[in-house]
Design a protein around this ligand. Structure first.
Ligand code: NAD
Ligand code: UFG
Length: 334
């Protein structure tokens, strides 16, 4: 049986996707350099699924290693999660971000082409919409106007993939634009583990609840939203991982094309609604204070995900309570 090659397989989204693909009976070969994940995640994936993946430790920029992986394994498609993802970091380290997020994809695509593997799923982001021209955001909304090198790196790769497909219609490419993935596997064995102080809302809330951090700073309450705080489309990581199983099935069926899907729930929740839900579900206090807006933030961002529902036969099923419960369960179990 041919394998699916997953880069960044021990990261947050990669690890949950490995679990869902293994549960769906797929074979996986994975790559990670552990720049933002831990080796023990491999054991956790095994513990959850009872199945092994073929694993290579190394860097996606290492073409010799990529050649070796493609020579030693029969690969049918690639799902690319390996990238740096901190918006703030990207502003101070643009070269590192463009090399790791753009050059590495070029190396990967070159090796794929050499080995005639032309089926590819890419992890993009709602950030490519910049300040969205309308809400809910559809895939046809204008992209661009990104405000940091991380977002721009996703925009560039999307452009590269469009040029590639234009040049050779035998490629079979799916671009997923994730909204705000949160939560963890119900087992509490894998989840989101940011280094240092979390930049994102849900891991920050979980650490405040766990008394590892004192207080949540709510970035602004003067947006044009129901309570003035920022509104986002939070999606449970398991729903997001399952979308990749549907993406694999879609590409297996279509044989060639370039497909772009928003992956969100279609519902927007404010920061204060998230805090309230977290407190209620977990019966715990989350102290917070309102501070000024965070630079580069937008007020409202949520998806119209009806295209994914129609074409992938996928729909997010888990709600805000599941997200809050599973995020806290993970941090508690560590
Ligand atoms: P993550 O940091 O948890 O996972 C990325 C993994 O890739 C890590 O395990 C890291 O060690 C590895 N990696 C990074 N550079 C590598 C390289 N050069 N060679 C080998 N391994 C490398 O991030 P995540 O949240 O799982 O995100 C996965 C993908 O989804 C990324 O491309 C990210 O930009 C994208 N994305 C994430 C979010 C989000 O909110 N989590 C939102 C939109 C898009
Ligand atoms: N927020 C706070 N306090 C915090 C952290 C966040 O009030 O300590 C607020 C933000 O201002 C925003 C909301 O919570 O209104 C969500 O913020 P996140 O940082 O969790 O998420 P973003 O929507 O800003 O960005 C995330 C990823 C990006 C990705 C984007 C769209 O960090 O990489 O979703 O997919 F591009």
């Amino acid at each position: 049986m041919k394998k699916i090659f997953i880069t960044g397989c021990t990261g947050y989204i990669g690890s949950h996707t490995c679990v869902e693909l293994l549960n769906a009976g797929k074979k996986i070969v994975g790559l990670d350099n552990f720049s933002n994940s831990k080796r023990e995640v491999l054991d956790k994936i095994k513990q959850i699924t009872g199945k092994n993946i073929t694993f290579y430790e190394g860097d996606m920029l290492d073409k010799t290693l990529l050649e070796k992986i493609f020579t030693e394994n029969e690969i049918e498609m690639v799902i690319d999660f390996a990238a740096y993802k901190s918006v703030g970091d990207s502003v101070s380290k643009p070269i590192e971000y463009y090399v790791n997020n753009v050059s590495s994809v070029l190396s990967l695509l070159q090796v794929m082409k050499e080995h005639n593997v032309k089926t590819f799923i890419f992890s993009s982001s709602a950030t490519v919409y910049g300040n969205p021209e309308m809400i809910p955001i559809t895939e046809n909304c204008k992209i661009g106007g990104t405000t940091n090198p991380y977002g721009t790196s996703k925009l560039y790769v999307e452009g590269i993939l469009k040029d590639l497909y234009q040049s050779d219609h035998s490629w079979n490419i799916c671009i997923f634009r994730y909204f705000n993935p949160v939560g963890a596997h119900q087992s509490g064995l894998i989840g989101e583990e940011p280094n240092g102080i979390p930049a994102n809302l849900m891991p920050f809330i979980a650490k405040v609840a766990n008394k590892e951090l004192e207080c949540l700073n709510v970035f602004g309450n003067d947006y044009d939203t129901k309570d003035g705080t920022g509104v986002r489309d939070y999606i449970h990581i398991i729903d997001l991982a399952k979308a990749h199983v549907c993406g694999v099935e879609k590409l297996n069926k279509e044989k060639h094309g370039l497909y772009i899907y928003n992956l969100g729930t279609g519902a927007g929740y404010s920061v204060l609604e998230m805090v309230e839900a977290f407190q209620k579900v977990n019966n715990i206090k989350v102290p917070y204070k309102i501070v000024g807006r965070r630079a580069g933030d937008i007020g409202v961002c949520y998806a119209d995900s009806s295209l994914a529902e129609k074409e992938l036969n996928w729909k997010a099923e888990l709600g805000i309570e599941d997200m809050c419960r599973d995020a806290y369960n993970y941090i508690n179990k560590k």
